[in-house]
Write a protein that binds this ligand. Structure first.
Ligand SMILES: [Zn+2]
Length: 335
């Protein structure tokens, strides 16, 4: 199942902004070329009730009535922004509900992205937290949710929204030290949420082998021990070596492999209740071929990937992985 609406292309924060409509257009064009743009569902914008579970009423009120302004210097608001952001959140909420109901994977092709939007703030190109709203909607039905955030940036918004919540497990791989500056290994959550916030703070250069090790040594064992009812993925393609914004070095096959393993984990533990939502990623070919690869795998197919350089074969991220294991040894059975 795909969730998409052409109105997502009408969001333009500012001219020349890197988070531009062409990102999503490139993904849809490639899916069409591969005959993978099938089973496409239109989202409903009725997400306001669910958004109140993750954002404060005053923030929603402010954003809805702002019309023209900024949430931060790179996150501008125009009259249409609220409606499109609401539709993006609605798409991820609906994708998640349908995935849970049908026991089938879903991909939400949305913009604007969401993982930097917190309880009472937007920023970092994000307005409303799409994935957090979908997770909170499921928690309200009594379900336990694992969120895997493979964007190159730490999902500070998602992390803060669920920092004291045990019904949501948040695991993030990111380049540490770049925007937004959060996401240290030692930040394990607060109160009831201690142990349910897992940060893997990679340094520049980390790529395929580091992500493979992080998945085998942290992501898979923690998620297996947690036993979620569903898995949500915040999938940004800005950890790709061609991405202009960050210094991580995943290849396209590295990304597809990471997502294949994640889907297999959701198959094993959650009966294929598995939802992928687009976050960042600013290189058009990297974005489009990785998403085509991910959707192809869901359809038991493969596509040709061209960006295949292996820049991290040795696992430069081992020290980060060890720091995460140290920070979480009191919470999880980690080798
Ligand atoms: Zn990002």
């Amino acid at each position: 199942m795909l969730f998409y609406d052409p109105r997502f292309l009408e969001h333009v924060s500012s001219p020349m902004h890197v988070e531009r409509p062409e990102r999503l257009e490139a993904i849809v064009d490639r899916l069409r070329q591969e005959d993978l743009f099938r089973d496409v569902h239109a989202p409903s914008p009725e997400a306001v009730t669910e958004l109140r579970r993750v954002h404060r009423a005053a923030f929603l009120e402010y954003f809805e009535h702002l019309s023209e302004g900024v949430l931060d210097p790179e996150t501008a608001v125009h009259p249409e922004t609220w409606g499109i952001a609401l539709l993006a959140a609605g798409a991820v909420i609906q994708a998640t509900r349908d995935s849970v109901a049908q026991g089938a994977p879903a991909v939400a092709l949305v913009r604007p992205p969401g993982h930097h939007a917190g309880p009472d703030y937007g920023g970092g190109f994000c307005y409303l937290n799409n994935v957090a709203a979908a997770a909170a909607d499921q928690v309200a039905q009594g379900r336990r949710v694992a969120i895997l955030d493979f964007d190159a940036h730490h999902g500070n918004g998602t992390s803060e929204i669920f920092e004291d919540e045990a019904a949501v497990l948040y695991i993030s791989t990111h380049q540490f030290g770049i925007y937004p500056g959060t996401g240290a290994a030692e930040d394990v959550g607060k109160g009831e949420g201690r142990g349910f916030n897992v940060n893997i703070p990679f340094t520049a250069g980390c790529g395929d082998e580091s992500f493979r090790l992080a998945f085998d040594q942290i992501v898979a064992p923690v998620v297996r021990e947690y036993k979620p009812d569903l898995v949500l993925v915040s999938l940004g393609i800005d950890a790709h070596y061609r991405d202009p914004l960050t210094g991580l070095s995943l290849s396209s096959p590295g990304y597809v492999d990471l997502m294949t393993r994640s889907a297999e984990l959701a198959h094993e533990l959650c009966g294929d209740r598995f939802v992928v939502a687009l976050e960042g990623g600013y290189h058009l070919q990297a974005l489009s071929e990785v998403y085509a690869g991910v959707v192809a795998r869901m359809n038991r197919r493969r596509v040709d990937l061209e960006l295949t350089q292996l820049l991290d074969a040795k696992g430069k991220g081992r020290p980060a992985i060890e720091s995460t294991k140290r920070a979480h040894k009191e919470f999880w059975n980690l080798r």
